[in-house]
Design a binder for this molecule. Structure first.
Ligand code: 9QG
Length: 153
């Protein structure tokens, strides 16, 4: 899997970055994020949202948040009508401060599957219809080299 297969690529976006997901998301599609974690990182987050409104804040179907301080973990959640739901926390962190990474978000009918550096990390079951997701954001302590959207055919 490589960004070379992507139908749409965003190179070296400044952080925070928010942009449209061309054509929306469908089962079988993949989002690839290539980046580097800065040495002093505390946390960063990837959000798959329904639009990019900040007031009121858009619903977030997938909030994926690696956290490096205290107990290293990955927190996932959804924001619906400006309220966070129940966090799903994985006490495992495949990202390293100062190191490059490749994260793949695989879109499935029933949920998102996330892999980091070629290894499956977690699955997050959909809490909102996939058809509502049209916006990708990444923010926090992270540098991004490329974001690629790979179609399902
Ligand atoms: O802390 O947790 C995820 O459950 C909140 C954070 C919030 C999310 C949320 O403050 O932070 O990670 O998008 C946000 O508001 C981020 C930056 C209980």
């Amino acid at each position: 899997m490589s960004v070379a297969n992507a139908k749409h690529t965003v190179l070296d976006p400044g952080i925070p970055y928010t942009g449209p997901i061309p054509g929306g998301l469908h089962p079988g599609e993949i989002i690839i994020i290539q980046g580097t974690v800065p040495p002093e990182a505390d946390r960063f987050q990837v959000d798959l949202s329904s639009g990019c409104s900040t007031k009121p804040r858009s619903d977030v179907a997938l909030h994926f948040s690696p956290r490096f301080s205290d107990s290293p973990r990955v927190v996932c959640n959804s924001l619906l009508q400006e309220e966070w739901g129940k966090e799903e926390t994985l006490h495992q962190l495949p990202y390293k401060r100062g190191a490059p990474f490749e994260t793949i978000i695989l879109v499935h009918k029933n949920g998102f599957k996330v892999a980091v550096n070629g290894t499956h990390l977690l699955e997050y079951k959909h809490r909102t219809p996939l058809t509502r997701v049209d916006t990708f954001s990444i923010s926090g302590n992270v540098r991004v080299h490329a974001i690629g959207y790979i179609p399902n055919s």
